[in-house]
Write a protein that binds this ligand. Structure first.
Ligand code: SF4
Length: 387
């Protein structure tokens, strides 16, 4: 369809959440805070005519400021926070027996719900960490304290490559801040529509930074956008926390790729760390059956629902042809790794804003406050759409 037809149709379909965002932005009594997932910055420029996979982090931050959000924070920061929590949890499960192995990642709400509904007896294998989006609970707590804001007046928006994230932020347990932690999730496409609707010339924007400190991020937070990225980010930090030495090669190529299920054994001090990466829910079924049969000899498994992780999520700019999809997934993946390589800090535990939040607020990974704010317990997956 030509854009003149497609965009109004799209807007009509999505107007509910965008109307909520616009109403919050227009209300002088409401403080608006926004966060953006890693994959959004390698997708959004496509909706403004850029080449597939163009990295547009600076223009994205500038557009969000121009739209009028009071604080422009970043899911890449909470991805770094996820690594601190999830990495510590994994180390405790391995070294102290503090939980079941293998431990599965819990960043992808479609995967979490799939496990809850189809393999409820195995849910103790899930990391108790919330996803990076939901670790945005710190915006209405620590973020409110930083600016002396009344948390009751804060409206939090997340921009996601994902059509499942709205489901996740409406889960009834996602209220550790004392309020619904994330009020609304919109997709990359919806943000592009909002930018156009507000007559913002995206391509003419000069690059800006995300706001500090909750918009400061590392390459490790960035690679959450691709399959294997959560695993690689966890290894970069886990290796150094366990051995006390710099990781020999920061590019953990053993966990990169796009095969449906791939495994690797990595030497971490005295430990042979056995990891697995799954893309696509159909591909996780044999893995779960092996787990049930006691045939799965791994410590840590990353599962993502979309073909090559979040860069290929359903909320990213629309691609009509299969050939176009393949090129886009490849280009966006390349964009993520390029952005990672260009960032000055590439390990989550070296993010100074992460050090600061633990010093000032959370105190220690997996500590009491972290458990309250950043971890959860899983149930049936049926508890959504409560509002
Ligand atoms: Fe959403 Fe897909 Fe990413 Fe899962 S892999 S969080 S379904 S975009």
């Amino acid at each position: 369809l030509p854009a003149s037809i497609k965009e109004p149709l799209f807007a009509a379909y999505n107007n509910c959440n965008l109307d909520k965002v616009k109403a919050a932005l227009a209300d002088p009594d409401v403080i608006t805070m926004v966060q953006c997932a890693p994959a959004v910055r390698v997708g959004i420029a496509e909706d403004f005519g850029a080449e597939l996979g163009t990295v547009a982090a600076g223009k994205l931050a500038a557009a969000l400021h121009k739209i009028g959000f009071d604080r422009v924070y970043d899911t890449n920061f909470t991805a770094d926070l996820t690594i601190m929590e999830e990495g510590t949890e994994l180390i405790k499960r391995i070294t102290e027996g503090a939980g079941k192995l293998p431990m599965f990642t819990s960043c992808c709400p479609a995967w979490v719900t799939f496990l809850e509904r189809n393999y409820p007896d195995q849910k103790d294998h899930l990391s108790t960490c919330k996803s990076p989006q939901q670790m945005g609970a710190i915006f209405k707590t620590y973020g409110a304290k930083l600016d002396n804001y009344d948390p009751a007046k804060i409206f939090t928006v997340s921009v996601m490559p994902c059509t499942c994230k709205e489901f996740e932020c409406n889960r009834e347990e996602m209220n550790s801040s004392g309020y619904q932690d994330i009020d609304v999730a919109i997709t990359t496409r919806e943000l592009a529509y909002l930018i156009k609707d507000m007559d913002i010339d995206f391509n003419a924007l000069a690059d800006e930074d995300f706001d500090q400190p909750l918009g400061e991020y590392t390459g490790a937070g960035t690679i959450f956008g691709v399959t294997g990225g959560v695993m690689e980010a966890a290894i970069r930090t886990g290796y150094e926390l366990i051995t006390g030495k710099p990781i020999p090669d920061i590019d953990v190529s053993a966990v990169r790729g796009s095969n449906a299920f791939r495994t690797a054994t990595l030497k971490v001090g005295d430990l042979d760390l056995k990891v697995g990466i799954v893309t696509g829910l159909a591909n996780v079924i044999p893995v779960m059956e092996d787990l049930k049969a006691g045939k799965l000899d791994l410590h840590f498994i990353e599962v993502m629902t979309c073909p090559v992780g979040c860069v290929s999520g359903g909320g990213q700019p629309k691609l009509l042809l299969d050939s176009e999809k393949e090129a886009a997934y490849e280009s966006r993946t390349k964009g993520i790794y390029t952005h990672d390589a260009e960032l000055p800090i590439r390990k989550s535990h070296e993010n100074p804003a992460i050090t600061k939040i633990y010093e000032e607020y959370l105190l220690s990974p997996n500590g009491k406050e972290s458990h309250h704010m950043l971890h959860t317990h899983y149930g049936t997956g049926e508890n959504s759409f409560q509002k």
